[in-house]
Design a protein around this ligand. Structure first.
Ligand SMILES: [Zn+2]
Length: 200
């Protein structure tokens, strides 16, 4: 029993991503974070409903918040197109085995980081909206994720992880585009794959 090693351990706990983000992703994957659905099931939800605060269209479960919410769909669609990743799985519990194994091998390392950054930043955006009433737009979220990915890649520029460098120019271009967009106006760029948040 003591020799049993989780097959995910080989790639999941790589150092590129900060430990707290790895841990959060692990908990989300195991459906152990305190979504409104989870709080309601424990009788601890202080809100009158467990509806997603970002879209008000469904119960806030891990699958809804990180995969199916309008904000999540836009971000997944964007990075899928940008980095040749698959569309997201139907359920978060599929992401680190079935979904990951379907990603092109040369895109798996960057795909791992994209998943972790998307999940982490959606959670922060959700908390910002819930606790600070800060409205979150997809392009601002994409910008944050671009910055995070470039920071992580810059720490992994040597050794076997250097293949991540191949993706950095693509992400840098994305960052420059969204930087201009955020600084230039408050409008939300039109993205395919889902409606923009809070624009009807
Ligand atoms: Zn939602």
């Amino acid at each position: 029993m003591g020799d049993c090693v989780c097959p995910l351990a080989k790639f999941f706990w790589k150092r590129l991503c900060p430990k707290k983000i790895n841990i959060f992703n692990w908990l989300a994957w195991k459906d152990r974070i305190l979504t409104l659905e989870k709080l309601a099931s424990r009788g601890c939800n202080r809100l009158p409903m467990a509806t997603c605060v970002l879209c008000h269209a469904a119960i806030e479960s891990v699958d809804h918040l990180f995969l199916h919410c309008s904000l999540a769909r836009q971000v997944w669609w964007y990075f899928g197109r940008l980095l040749n990743l698959l569309g997201p799985p139907s359920a978060l519990h599929l992401i680190w085995d079935r979904w990951r194994s379907s990603v092109r091998p040369d895109c798996r390392d960057i795909g791992d980081l994209v998943v972790k950054s998307i999940v982490w930043n959606i959670w922060l955006a959700r908390n910002d909206y819930m606790f600070n009433a800060t409205v979150v737009y997809a392009h601002a979220l994409i910008l944050k994720i671009d910055r995070m990915l470039l920071t992580w890649i810059s720490t992994a520029a040597e050794g076997p992880t250097s293949k991540l460098e191949e993706h950095s120019s693509t992400i840098r271009q994305s960052l420059e585009f969204h930087n201009t967009s955020v600084e230039g106006s408050g409008d939300v760029p039109i993205l395919e794959g889902g409606r923009d948040l809070h624009t009807g």
